[in-house]
Structure formats: C-alpha cells, structure tokens
Design a binder for this molecule. Sequence first.
Ligand SMILES: C[S@@+](CC[C@H](N)C(=O)[O-])C[C@H]1O[C@@H](n2cnc3c(N)ncnc32)[C@H](O)[C@@H]1O
Ligand code: SF4
Length: 459
Amino acid sequence: MSEVIISPELLARYNKPGPRYTSYPTVPAWTETFGKADYKEALGDVAARPEDALSVYVHLPFCAKHCDYCGCNATVTRRSEVVDAYLDRVEREMAMVAPLLGERRNVVQMHWGGGTPNFLNEAQMTRLVGLLSQHFAIDPAGEISLEIDPRIGTVEQMAQIRALGFNRISMGVQDINPKVQEAIGRIQPFAQTEKLFRACRDLGFTGVNMDLVYGLPFQTMETFGETLAAISELRPDRIAYFSYAHVPWVKPKQKLIDVTALPDTFTKFSLFRMAIDRLAEVGYDWVGMDHFALRDDDLAVAARELRLHRNFMGYTTRPALHMIGFGMSSIGDMAGRFIQNESHLGRYQKMIDAGELPVVRGYKLSDDDLLRRTVILHLMCNLELPYNLTQSLFGVDLRETLGDDLEHLEAYAEDGFLELLPDRIQVTPLGRFFVRLLAMELDAHLAKTSERQVFSKTI
Ligand SMILES: C[S@@+](CC[C@H](N)C(=O)[O-])C[C@H]1O[C@@H](n2cnc3c(N)ncnc32)[C@H](O)[C@@H]1O
Ligand code: SF4
C-alpha cells in the first residue's frame, strides 16, 4: 500500500460523509412501523428452516466508569443488583423469543458485546451462559466470543470465562500512550494489558483480538507508532482499528474531549496509513475497511479467497447466519429482516415487564434490497464485483439489474478508483481507501436517508 499516494487535496475532495455498511439498508432506512408482529413473523420464518444454524448476540451495557471518548451504548453502575435486574429481563426476553424459533436451535456463533461484558461477576456470567444453554444448543466448536475491558479483568476471571466455553476474546486498548489515555479519560497501563493478553494465550483462547482507535487527542505519528509496535509485538490474532467518531451531539460526555488536541484530517488519515504499512511489515493483512489479521488467521485467509462477510458483530468467515439479538439496543438480522431493540435501559426493562417484545424499529428487505445487499457487502468486503455475482442467487447479471447505478459506479475508473475488467469491476489499491463512496453509488435508499442522519466521514 505504501505505493499509493493520497495528497491532502485528494483526501479533501473524497473524504465525504457516508455509511459504513454494517448493514444494507442502513439503520436510518429502518422504520418504527416495523413492530412486534413483524418480529414474530421473522422468527416464524426462521423456525420454518430448522436446519439453519444461528448466531446469537447479547448486549451487556454496564461499565465501571465512563470513558470520555466512548461512542458505545454503555451505562455506568457500581451496583451488582442493577446487573441482576437486567439479566432478569434478558431471561424473560429469551423465554419470549426462543420458543418461537423452535426446539433448542443450534448456535454456531455467539457474541457478548457492550458496554463491558466482563463487568458481570462469575455468578452472573454463569447464569447467562446457563440461560442461553437452556434455550439453544451452543456448539462448543463455534465462535464463542466476548468483549472485555482489561482494566477490570483479572487472570482468574479470564480462566472463568474460558471455563464457561468462550474461545475468543476481544480487548479494548485504544492507545498505550499515557498522555492520550489521560485525554480520553481511560488510564490503562500497558503492563496490565500485556498480563491479561498473555493469560488469555496460556488459557488457550483460539482468538485474542485487540481494539485500537486512531484520531484521538494528542496522537502523533511518533507516539502511535510506539503503540502499534508494542501491540503487534504481542501478536494478537486480529486488530480492530477504529476511526474515532466524535459525535458530542449524540454522546454528550465527549464534550470533555479537547477538540483542539484532535489530529487534523490529514494527520488522522496518516495514522491510518501508518498502521497499514507498519502492520503489513510484521505479518498482518489489512482486512475489510478497518481490521487487521495475522496472515494465517481465518479472516485474512477468507479475505484473500474473496469470501469475507460482514454482519453486525463485525467481519466473519461465516455467510448469512440468522442473527438473534438479546438485550437493550441489540440488533437482529434474520430471514430478510432487521430488528432493533429499545436502546434505553429503563424503557427496555419496562417493555419486558409489560410482556412485550422490546422491538422499536426494523425493516423487511424487498427483492431489490436483498440483491443490493449482496452486491454492496461483497464490494465492501472483497473489493471486487464480478458481473455474475448475483447469477446463482437471483438469476440475474448485475449489468441487467443495476443499470444506471452501475454506470455511475464505473465512472470512478476515471479517478483511478476502479479497474473495469471484462468479467468484473476491481477496486484498485487507491479506491480501497474510498470504498464507502463506491458502495454509496449502489445504495437505493441514500437520497431518502441522508436527510435523516449525519454519517461520519471516510477518515
Ligand atoms: C464495547 S467497547 C470494548 C470493551 C470494553 N468496554 C472496553 O472499552 O475495553 C468497544 C470498542 O469500541 C471502540 N470505541 C468506543 N468508542 C469509540 C468511538 N467514539 N469511536 C471509535 N471507536 C470507539 C473502542 O475501540 C472499544 O474498545
Ligand atoms: S469504551 Fe468500553 S469501558 Fe469505556 S465507556 Fe465505552 S464501553 Fe465502557
């Protein structure tokens, strides 16, 4: 990638706001008219396909302390009984949802996200695993993962998590520089991260991942180079490399972030570029938009073989499992529908107490949406569009169905973002940096949704 030259002018021209396409259609297109009856219908459709394996997501919103930069759906508490009361609701939600899916369905992927799932104590984690196992047959060889905050984790807790059947773990790190850590309200000595990482390796977790964030206050090429060197020396299997989203109008705590210390757009972009080059030198492949994986990791192999997929939990090698979400703000993705739960803790709990499914919005994909979803996700993940991509699934060639939109996309070949080959459109190394812009050309909802939401920029 070091051969790709992107000047500040080029960046300014193309660094436009756009969706990240963790789903298509993106969340702003979903509607409140999609409700409980629609969710039940979706669950019924999944029940009608008993051979399909499932993926389960549980949102655990609690954290010990709030980090100033945080953009997640997190809530701070010190009281363990608040977690117990939440788990009571998750238990009831599962008791409402699981029977509609049929007898103890197979789950091959499970993820606990947050918030901070390891804020739960041992009894709470054991309870939640027990509840899930009561309703689902969780495949021990599947991907069983959770997010942890190393600041509150102990070696003993990691052993408990492993004993509960988790085989993948993802740690929040962000940056190891003390000045940056102070500026984002998150003090996390590197020795603590390192100790927990090594414990996870010794315990036999098959995937140990780390989250880094670029674009934070006081990050420089020099200091962030040190973070990349120290982290890559530990050799996590995957590194998620998130662009700092500064959205104080949505996350008021971010007003504590000193905006004058934030890197400018070009420095932020240079931080991103540096990771691509430095991590490549030490054996990591750049995967999808913002992930890195050791060259022999499944994700890197899938990316090379052009079979990378993406769902709400992140990049995956497993195509199109039905994803069932539990807990506040969780998202389901099943049988051609998206389902979003209430994201306010109090309101989520009230809905459950009233015996209601806590769904607040959702979307049923049309045939056109299903086709475009396949096309956009393939483009975003695998950086190419074979013209026959939709032939087997939809019986049509892309050139017949996407018409004008495909022509608009192909026009980016003039900017050097694409190469037009006889059988496919190929994203160039330069175009890869702007792949969201390319995908936007194929988004049939964008004109309507962009008025309703301000998207983040590419960098
Ligand atoms: C749920 S947290 C991970 C687990 C745990 N709560 C922790 O912080 O260690 C998910 C990740 O989202 C990322 N993140 C949080 N706020 C962000 C923001 N404003 N912009 C970009 N990434 C962010 C961080 O990398 C964080 O590790
Ligand atoms: S970054 Fe993690 S620990 Fe910090 S507030 Fe957000 S979810 Fe909680």
